[in-house]
Design a binder for this molecule. Structure first.
Ligand code: AKB
Length: 316
């Protein structure tokens, strides 16, 4: 059997960092190459500084390590993307094309490309948004994800590249910080709570959004990538759900454990982005095709987040 050699692009990012560790547990550290635009420093496996916009540099890394799977996690997210839409489009699309092309040219075994709930816009059903729904996103990030999903599907159907994808909701974890997203408040709030600081939320108290705890997000990714290709009916990107909550609800969940925690609300430009996204997601296709089932609800996540962050801040 051919040895799997996995390249993670964006291994310094919120999901990339945790996913790299998880992949190294499954495939052995030496078989997982962590790459990022910035120097990641020493790790327990191979590391490359790589600009995924450079197709020649990407090809060199793929050849050097005999890579046969790529997880392409690098992207400009929803809030940052709105500050420079052309740059966000260029980075998100050009890096994806480079990944799809090298995968086609070198006949790689599998490719992972994350999409997002940002593919949906106001025209989509707000509650329990179906897998196959009208996609009119209002951010350049969402537009790039809709285009990316369609290119993934194209490369699968036209060239047989085994590209797989999930529409991530907001991802919450203690291991790494998000950057430039609309759902970032749901990570920040825990850091403030553990430091006994009041939190000013950039979304209104009643803005409900789909969210997922990091261990569930990582497990979903690994399960999708391990599923037999014959089980996968969706080659654009699977809807994926864990829980949905508002800022007021997460604050109430924290207050059950930290009664003195204080939150105020000062919505900014990210409110309009959040208002254009669904409040909850129908992920029955993922459940049916490859057995997806989330484990964490809001209170279970809060307990785990606070526990791990307390340890981190005590050790700092
Ligand atoms: C963002 O807020 O932009 C991301 C996402 C939902 O894709 N976390």
């Amino acid at each position: 059997m051919k040895q799997d050699r996995i390249l993670v692009i964006g291994a310094g990012g919120q999901i990339g960092a945790v996913l790299t560790d998880a992949l190294r547990e499954v495939y052995q550290p030496d078989n997982v190459i962590a790459s990022d635009l910035r120097d990641l420093g020493p790790q327990n496996g191979p590391v490359e500084t790589l600009n995924a916009l450079d197709p020649f540099a990407l090809e060199e890394v793929v050849k050097k390590w005999k890579v046969n799977q790529i997880y392409h996690l690098a992207a400009i997210l929803s809030a940052t993307g709105e500050k420079d839409p052309m740059k966000a489009w260029d980075i998100n699309m050009r890096s994806l094309f480079n990944v799809l092309e090298i995968s086609r040219q070198r006949n790689l075994a599998k490719v992972y490309f994350p999409s997002s709930i940002a593919v949906f816009g106001r025209e989509a059903a707000h509650l329990n948004t179906p897998q196959y729904e009208v996609l009119i996103p209002e951010t350049v990030y969402g537009i790039s994800k809709v285009a990316g999903e369609n290119w993934a599907n194209y490369y699968y159907r036209r060239y047989g590249v085994d590209v797989r994808s999930l529409r991530y909701p907001g991802i919450i974890g203690y291991q790494s910080m998000p950057g430039g997203g609309t759902t970032d408040y749901a990570v920040d709030i825990y850091h403030y709570a553990v430091q006994s600081k009041p939190y000013e939320c950039f979304l209104s108290q009643d803005t409900s959004l789909p969210m997922l705890y990091m261990p569930d997000a990582i497990r979903a990714t690994l399960e999708l990538m391990e599923a037999p290709a014959s089980r996968l009916s969706v080659r654009t990107s699977y809807n994926l759900a864990g829980m949905s909550f508002t800022p007021a609800e997460v604050a109430a969940s924290i207050k059950k454990r930290m009664p003195n925690f204080k939150i105020t609300y000062k919505p900014d430009f990210r409110q309009a982005i959040a208002d254009s996204w669904p409040a909850s997601i129908d992920d029955s296709a993922a459940r049916h095709d490859w057995g997806w089932k989330p484990e964490f609800d809001l209170d279970a996540m809060t307990k785990d987040m606070l526990h791990h962050l307390e340890l981190q801040y005590q050790a700092a």
